[in-house]
Design a binder for this molecule. Structure first.
Ligand SMILES: [Cu+2]
Length: 101
């Protein structure tokens, strides 16, 4: 491999790493909302949410699935929160939630 080719390959790899790092930094796509109902027994939470960019979803009130029951914590109706979700097997699963700042 020529030196020039090696340099080009290295530059490409570096560019790839930068892109990967940027994607990772943006991995948590926070959305704003207000808790309307918590149902830990059923693993469900109802949130009146703002736009969810990652799902291309407009503001609405809806039920989210919660697999990690620790996320319920001290959450209660009326809490202003920010949260993150993923689409999984046709369900919208809550992956992060914390008090809004
Ligand atoms: Cu929604």
């Amino acid at each position: 491999m020529s030196l020039e080719k090696m340099a080009r390959t290295a530059a490409l790899m570096l560019a790839g790493a930068v892109v990967t790092l940027a994607a990772w930094a943006q991995a948590v796509d926070w959305s704003e909302g207000e808790v309307r109902k918590v149902d830990p027994a059923a693993g469900k939470i109802t949130i009146a949410h703002g736009e969810i960019k990652s799902l291309d979803m407009p503001p609405m009130t809806m039920v989210f699935t919660v697999k990690n029951l620790a996320l319920f914590g001290e959450l209660k109706k009326g809490d202003k929160v920010r949260f993150a979700v993923v689409r999984e097997d046709g369900k919208i699963v809550l992956t992060e939630i914390e008090p809004a700042r």
